[in-house]
Design a protein around this ligand. Structure first.
Ligand code: SF4
Length: 380
């Protein structure tokens, strides 16, 4: 069999330098920041590590992330204090929701200390931020209580299969699914609310498990969400025929169990909600709901209000961005909060990213896929 060759361009070194306004030009945040497409800034995803203990083929394939791969040295990572300072400035621009991601965020030592610092911040309306975390679940059983005690409100667990053999093959490190399920139980026991499970569906790999996953989480108080397999990064060898469209997922589910569409709960919500129907054909809240995230077949760029902050302090305006803005250089200079805040405002105001809407029109040989940042670097 021919060896799989994966083109990897390390984009971590490519950073955009934000213009630093003078002290006189620095303006106070209004909480009402909009980009060039009139999209507000509401959601901040903070990646706290570039490391993961799994080697899922669509995210950190073993062929690339092997023992020779050079992760960032610790001194390059933002400290908890630097992350919290930036998060506070972002919140003054209207951020309501903060999601911690990785790599695998629970690999970052003492993460609960950062959670406690972020939980102490307030939105422009004086409210506690919606503070959540995306994890592969492998360390959740050990960490759930401490995270909840520190102020984490919610958690999302990535889980692509319930079959131990398939799961071990997909994570490619032989990690047993039972330990992730124990982590989910621990999260429930610790009192974390609105727990979600994200399943990336890849045709021919795990799509046969859609009904079993649905039945497992139906009525459990956990919302299962099916995510279309995406062309994130340059290392996963993505092909369109591996995508199972959300419409097909819903049709497959409805052929077994009745579902009814539900209204969105918030603007910019990535998932379309479907509720399990009871005997009367209406949504039965006790049975719960599922979500579908149609990142490929139904782009939601028009409502995208998310900014991403990498572990080394680069601000990314899109999951498919090729470059990020170096905020760490500002943090480690003598720039004031007002100057950094104004630089963030200018970056967001210049944003016009809408990759998923444009995907179909990009020429196949544009090379765009080879320049993208890896998902393990800025989170999903
Ligand atoms: S492709 Fe980029 S702009 Fe569009 S929804 Fe995804 S992250 Fe947002």
């Amino acid at each position: 069999m021919a060896e799989r060759v994966i083109p990897l361009v390390d984009q971590r070194s490519a950073a955009l330098r934000p213009a630093v306004p003078s002290a006189a030009q620095a303006a106070p945040a209004t909480g009402q920041l909009h980009d060039r497409l009139s999209r507000p800034l509401r959601d901040l995803r903070i990646s706290v590590t570039d490391r993961c203990n799994f080697r899922c083929g669509y995210c950190m394939p073993k062929e690339v992330f092997d023992k020779h791969y050079r992760y960032l040295p610790h001194g390059d990572l933002l400290s908890f204090e630097e992350i919290t300072r930036l998060a506070r400035l972002f919140m003054q621009h209207g951020i309501h929701k903060i999601r911690l991601t990785g790599g695998e965020p629970l690999l970052r030592k003492d993460l609960e200390v950062l959670v406690a610092q972020l939980a102490g911040l307030r939105t422009t309306e004086g409210r506690v931020p919606d503070l959540t975390l995306t994890t592969n679940g492998s360390l959740l059983a050990r960490k759930a209580r401490a995270l909840k005690a520190a102020g984490l409100q919610r958690v999302t667990i990535s889980l692509d299969s319930l079959q131990d053999e398939v799961f071990r093959r997909m994570n490619d490190v032989d990690f047993p699914v039972a330990e992730v399920l124990a982590g989910i139980e621990a999260a429930q026991a610790a009192g974390l609310a609105h727990i979600k499970v994200n399943m990336v569906v890849k045709r021919g790999t795990n799509d046969q498990e859609i009904p079993a996953m649905a039945r497992h989480f139906r009525g459990s108080g956990i919302t299962l969400r099916f995510i279309e397999y995406m062309d994130v990064g340059a290392t996963n060898g993505w092909r369109m025929d591996q995508v199972v469209p959300s419409s097909e997922v819903i049709a497959r589910l409805q052929s077994e169990l009745p579902l009814v569409p539900l209204a969105a709960t918030a603007q910019g919500e990535t998932a379309k909600r479907w509720g399990w129907a009871g005997a009367d054909g209406r949504h039965d809240a006790a049975l719960g709901e599922v979500g579908v995230i149609s990142s490929v077949t139904q782009a939601f760029c028009g409502d995208c209000n998310r900014a991403r902050l990498s572990m080394e302090g680069r601000m990314y305006l899109c999951l498919f961005a090729t470059q990020g803005w170096d905020l760490r250089s500002l943090l480690r200079s003598d720039a004031s909060d007002a100057q950094i805040s104004t630089a963030i405002a200018h970056i967001w105001q210049g944003r016009g990213d809408r990759y998923s809407e444009l995907r179909a029109s990009l020429p196949a040989d544009s090379g765009a896929g080879q320049r993208r940042i890896e998902m393990s670097y800025i989170g999903g």
